[in-house]
Ligand binder design. Structure first.
Ligand code: KG4
Ligand code: ZN
Length: 395
């Protein structure tokens, strides 16, 4: 791995550069040993999308591309690291918006070739769980996770690093999506979740009760609750007051939070876990944080990452990439070659130096055979191949 002459006093600890561009946050981070955040630079596109009331994918992708070079510089500088110190590059490969993912993966591939550093495509959802490992350095699987984001509400078992089993998910909207849509109905605009959280703090859920969704087993559903809010607002019509809206925000929030935690509670009753993680953008919600602590109680140790690690960030991607090193290699593949890149000199001579004397000039600038390149690109989850952008990726 990299010699690390760039960082003063650095020993042989593995530095991972993380890149996150799946939606409306551009982020670059440097993480040491998968646990210690040296830098985590996040640019939110909130201002860019505000006037449209939601994320415009094309604008988001272009903005990622414009901002990444500068964010990369800042992330390295804040970490006190140089390119040659980076041992591994980890970029979100999905799920997310396809155009946005392509930008992050494309930049990561460029850096990987230029620095001759191994590259991993990372599952964004894994990242949300690994955010908790950054928050609590002694946290280890087995654990039970509740990942609640803009597109997912998943209850997952994590028996060991790099292994996830989904035991519950939503049938329709994700919790974050439900918050965003409710916020829009209440005239709060984008980004909806944090705005609804703020408004709910001034409301009283008891004055505007809404149903709490409850499906059998560990499944979630939020579409009925959304419709209930729509009908209530329609019934109130022009007479709706600001206090009504605050009460409705509080009531909607309570229904979502209690539904999320009812299933977490059931999963905990089914099976004991020493650790519980609640993470993803919705884990920034004030009521969810308070109630999760009460519901989990003393049955397990609960970790909810701090707010900047709950919402999308590259540090969690770097952490997930780092720990993917220790998951089993793809079937049939030689374990010793997993994650290792060709010696730096070899790559440099292939890409950056004039052909050795006597070598045919026509081969200058031709890329190495595909097999060789692919052996340098590893995907988390075990597959081997070029980093594929997969917006619909599951766990
Ligand atoms: O994890 P995340 O940053 O991006 C995705 O991977 O989707 O999650 C974004 C979601 C959005 O739906 C946003 O409204 C929601 O998290 N969110 C919140 C809060 N902060 C962010 N929802 C409720 N309360 C919050 N404080
Ligand atoms: Zn996310």
């Amino acid at each position: 791995m990299a010699a690390g002459q760039g960082r003063v006093g650095r020993d042989t600890l593995a530095l991972t550069l993380g890149i996150e561009t799946s939606c409306d946050e551009t982020s670059v981070a440097v993480v040491e040993d998968g646990r210690r955040v040296l830098s985590n630079v996040i640019h939110s596109q909130v201002e860019l999308h505000k006037e449209f009331g939601g994320v415009v994918p094309e604008l988001a992708a272009r903005d990622h591309l414009e901002r990444l070079p500068h964010l990369l510089e800042v992330a390295l500088e804040r970490a006190g690291a140089k390119p040659q110190d980076i041992d591994l590059i980890a970029a979100t490969r999905g799920p997310g918006l396809a155009g946005c993912l392509l930008v992050g993966v494309g930049v990561a591939e460029g850096l990987s070739a230029a620095w001759s550093t191994p590259l991993l495509g990372v599952n964004h959802l894994w990242g949300h769980i690994y955010a908790a490992m950054l928050a609590r350095p002694d946290l280890e699987p087995p654990l039970l996770g509740l990942v609640v984001s803009g597109a997912h509400s998943d209850l997952v078992r994590m028996p060991e690093h790099g292994h996830f089993q989904v035991i519950g998910r939503t049938r329709d909207d994700a919790a974050g999506e439900a918050f965003d849509k409710a916020a829009r109905m209440l005239g709060l605009g984008y980004p909806g979740g944090p705005a609804l959280d703020r408004l709910a703090r001034t409301g009283d859920a008891r004055r505007q009760p809404l149903p709490k969704p409850s499906l059998p087993g560990l499944e979630y559903s939020f579409s009925g609750l959304k419709t209930a809010l729509l009908y209530r607002l329609r019934d109130l019509g022009a007479a709706v007051t600001e206090q009504d809206k605050a009460d409705l925000a509080a009531s909607f929030e309570r229904s979502v939070v209690e539904s999320l935690l009812e299933k977490l509670d059931a999963a905990l009753r089914d099976h004991p876990y020493p650790e519980v993680v609640v993470s993803g953008g919705v884990a920034a919600n004030t009521l969810l944080r308070k109630r999760a602590t009460e519901v989990v109680g003393t049955r397990a140790r609960l970790t909810m990452p701090p707010l900047e690690l709950c919402t999308d960030n590259a540090a969690m991607i770097a952490a997930a990439g780092y720990f993917s090193q220790f998951t089993s290699p793809p079937r049939g593949e030689d374990e010793s070659s997993y994650f290792t890149s060709p010696p730096r000199e070899e790559v440099e001579s292939r890409y950056f130096t004039s052909p050795p004397h006597g070598e045919d000039e026509s081969s200058y600038f031709t890329s190495p055979p595909r097999g060789e390149v692919e052996s340098r690109l590893r995907l988390s989850g075990g597959a081997v191949g070029p980093v594929l952008v997969d917006p619909s990726l599951g766990w």
